[in-house]
Design a protein around this ligand. Sequence first.
Ligand code: C5P
Length: 219
Amino acid sequence: ALTPILNGLNIMITAGPTREAIDPVRYISNHSSGKMGFALAKAAQLLGAKVTLVAGPVSLPTPQNVVRHNVESAQEMLEVVHNDIAEQHIFIACAAVADYKLDNISEQKMKKQGDNLQLCLSQNPDILKSVAFLDKPPFTVGFAAETQDVESYAKSKLEKKKLNMIAANDVSNSDLGFNSDRNALIVLSKDSVISLEPKSKYLLALELLKLVKTEFNNR
Ligand code: C5P
């Protein structure tokens, strides 16, 4: 049995991709499976936390006793997150939020129009940063998917977004990370770097949450 180290804590987790509509039948998205975020939600609940999962479009079952809100776009995810953020002790951003959204979503299905098509995009809000920059932010944990210089890029994200912790994974290794059932992480805080070796996303989630709890206590 698990020691309920997260008893009494409210934890919100974002997971999966977001979907940015182009018109009523098309969208821009990415290959995030949501597996790491859902594993975190399951593990946090089993460790005793009250878990709210804000999920983009994924086909995964809701872990037992987890409150799930389904969203599509980054804007929608931002709004759902901020609705409940004041009650959260810990916020873990695991979602692969689309960096850009359409400037204008066509109300009708777009027609084919010649050889080239240009779409105008602008940046989506940074959901994690918007939480970390609140006056009274919860303890914030980010994820960073990198293909090179994993630790230094993660360190700079930790600082720029004013996070308490960041978990970085090397997505150039196709056996791990995106869509895989296994992952490995480098977990950074202001003054520590800890490597979690490759294992199932559920076991990794349990280890990450132990580190989160320790940092949360020392904060
Ligand atoms: O800067 P980058 O997108 O690599 O940062 C990744 C981290 O920020 C992840 O924790 C991700 O969930 C979060 N994020 C977010 N909103 C965005 C972009 C990233 O919450 N628009």
